[in-house]
Design a protein around this ligand. Structure first.
Ligand code: FES
Length: 107
């Protein structure tokens, strides 16, 4: 099962297994990892699952779809080039080892 490492804003690092076809957001919520709120439950309608993807992984991810692009425009924390919505990153074997950082706030 692929692993994802979540780095909280305070530096706390947690690595968990996230099954293929589950989102990075789901991996955080199911493992009780703070820093991802996910108000809309993964429907790409809230932007409270905002993460900063480790730059080393950016090229490996799917391009940002239009609905995600729209929601990235309303994140609570600053949007950066490596900003993504974690509900829109769906795990696959190649994502094993993915690292994401959580912003200082989601709302
Ligand atoms: Fe709401 Fe990702 S959980 S946009």
């Amino acid at each position: 099962m692929p692993k994802v490492t979540y780095i909280a804003h305070n530096g706390k690092t947690t690595t968990v297994d996230v099954p293929n076809k589950h989102s990075v957001m789901e991996g955080a919520v199911k493992n009780g990892i703070d820093g991802i709120v996910a108000e809309c439950g993964g429907a790409c309608m809230c932007a409270t699952c905002h993460v900063y993807v480790d730059p080393a992984w950016l090229d490996k991810l799917e391009p940002i779809a239009e609905d995600q692009e729209e929601m990235l425009g309303v994140t609570a924390a600053e949007r950066k080039p490596n900003s993504r919505l974690s509900c829109q990153i769906v795990m696959r074997p190649e994502y094993d080892g993915l690292v994401v950082l959580m912003p200082d706030r989601q709302t």
